[in-house]
Design a protein around this ligand. Structure first.
Ligand SMILES: [Zn+2]
Length: 527
């Protein structure tokens, strides 16, 4: 950038600063039990805005790498000034609404339609009859932000039907149903559950955790979920330095097709209710995955993933790390804490190996390219090359490679801690070309050549070689060829097995024990 351009940019930034200086935004969200298709939102914007206040709706939700165009959910956008007089509102682009200059504070009101496909929909539902008993939303589909005002402190007030409860992982605002956030990013990452909920709390290491269920079912096994989560929480915090990076945390469980979504101080677990109620333990790695995101992606992240640009795709080649390595740790944490046994851990890994090795796309597309195109393909397109799947196995190979090269003095655990210290919030995150070098520096081993092949390239991962270091035998039996009409119907698949070696050495045993060791859980008090 030339000096001239910098000067012009400086003048522009100064002009917009003078034009709008927002000191606070107060949101009110109102739910009416007998209005099923929409929620009512108002936002009062304080400060100065000589050219009028503009608001925009986000195009996506951080953590869900898909464009959703939430502006499609808004209806009846109107504005009033400090005296309650109507202010004219223009709609200069799909995402933006602008109120004419007026006496501040200016209040926008709008209806936000219920998304047709749950938390990730961007089309409104058809009106239904009956009464509502539960509303959950992903804040980016509900709260508009003030253009040039995202850094202003926010308050949130929930107005709900009688008898409803609510759970929002934000600081309480001094009155029932009122919460505060230091800025829009924090507000927009705090999920909201409202309704006839069941709420259960417990403490670990002095921090209060909330378990929220989307219905008041007294028979739901809350204690089983708590007992499942306690070791996951203690191990994760112990591994990442011993101190929780949050003041409160909510696990919000509601009916859904089977996904989780991480947030700054909460996660959404959206799975079929009858399965969760029957055996919550089957979702152990889903809970562990979302909880470990607290560090990997919510705080230690690629630079482009925060502060968020909500207007369009934020592309990074490192979702293999942010998602795949998080998934590797989900399995590892459950194994090390004894939630899953050796055989289950091995079978889970084997399942991932089979998925990758039966996918011919792995030889045509790098996981870096798959990550870069996440916004173009959506979750339904993950079957081309899944950066969760390959990223997890890159994490496995990277961990075992570091352990072998350092005779178990270092591991991926050290790398995660060091990267979090070097790049985690409030720092800016790692650059696209910084990650391999930073991992090498932490490990004390130059892993850039391997990662270039595994992440940027399409080389086969050395899974057999790496798993052999811990005395596990990964074996591939080539599929028998299928002839004639049968060959056109189904592609022959190799069969894979993963078993402990019949004869293991002292080195194998030592490496396996080091990999499975849990020096972390006891670092965090039980209560
Ligand atoms: Zn994830």
């Amino acid at each position: 950038m030339t000096m001239c351009a910098r000067l012009i940019l400086g003048v522009c930034v100064l002009a917009s600063w003078i034009a709008a200086q927002i000191s606070g935004v107060a949101y009110t969200v109102t739910v009416k039990a007998d209005v099923l298709d929409r929620t009512f939102v108002s936002m009062t914007v304080s400060g100065t805005a000589a050219e009028g206040v503009s608001i925009e709706m986000p195009a996506w939700s951080p953590g869900a790498y898909e464009l959703r165009n939430y502006w499609k959910l808004l209806r009846n956008v109107e504005a009033t000034d400090a005296d309650g007089k109507t202010v004219s509102v223009t709609h200069p682009s799909d995402v933006r609404w602008t109120a004419a200059p007026a006496k501040m504070p200016v209040t926008f009101t709008y209806d936000r339609l219920e998304p047709a496909s749950g938390l990730f929909g961007a089309e409104g539902t058809k009106p239904r009859s009956g009464k509502r008993e539960h509303v959950a939303f992903n804040p980016t589909d509900t709260y508009a932000y003030v253009v040039d005002g995202k850094n202003a402190p926010c308050t949130l007030k929930l107005v709900v039907p009688d008898g409803w409860k609510h759970d929002v992982p934000l600081a309480p605002g001094g009155a029932p149903g009122v919460y505060t956030a230091p800025d829009y990013d924090t507000l927009a990452d705090a999920t909201v559950e409202m309704g006839k909920l069941r709420i259960h709390t417990f403490t670990v290491g002095g921090i209060r955790y909330t378990l929220t269920l989307d219905r008041d079912d007294p028979k739901f096994p809350m204690e089983s979920v708590e007992n499942l989560l306690r070791p996951i929480i203690r191990h994760s915090i112990g591994m990442m330095g011993g101190t929780a990076p949050f003041e409160r945390y909510s696990f919000q469980m509601h009916e859904g097709p089977g996904y989780g979504l991480e947030h700054l101080s909460s996660c959404t677990i959206a799975v079929p209710y009858f399965l969760l109620r029957q055996a919550p333990g089957q979702f152990d790695t889903l809970f562990a995955h979302e909880f470990f995101h607290l560090w990997n992606v919510k705080r230690l992240r690629p630079k482009v993933l925060g502060p968020f640009d909500y207007t369009g795709p934020c592309r990074t080649k490192h979702l293999w790390f942010s998602e795949g390595v998080t998934d590797y740790y989900a399995d590892l944490i459950c194994w090390r804490t004894g939630i899953t046994k050796d055989e289950v851990f091995r079978q889970n890994l084997l399942g991932e190996i089979r998925r990758l090795q039966s996918n011919p796309q792995r030889l045509k597309e790098s996981v870096a390219a798959a990550s870069m195109s996440a916004f173009d393909r959506g979750y339904s397109g993950l079957s081309t090359l899944d950066y969760y799947n390959k990223g997890k196995l890159v994490g496995l190979c990277l961990d075992l490679h570091i352990r072998r090269e350092t005779s178990n003095r270092k591991s991926l655990d050290d790398v995660m801690r060091d990267l979090h210290a070097a790049y985690g919030l409030p720092k800016a995150g790692f650059g696209e070309d910084e990650l391999f070098g930073a991992i090498s520096k932490s490990a004390g081993v130059d892993v850039a050549p391997q990662l270039s092949k595994w992440v940027d390239g399409m080389d086969e991962l050395p899974l057999i070689e790496m798993l052999a270091t811990v005395g596990w035998n990964l074996e591939k039996r080539a599929a028998a060829s299928v002839e004639g009409a049968e060959s056109r119907r189904r592609r022959p698949r190799d069969s894979w097995s993963l078993t402990p070696m019949r004869i293991t050495t002292y080195e194998h045993v030592e490496a396996l024990n080091a990999w499975k060791a849990d020096p972390y859980t006891e670092r965090v008090p039980r209560e």
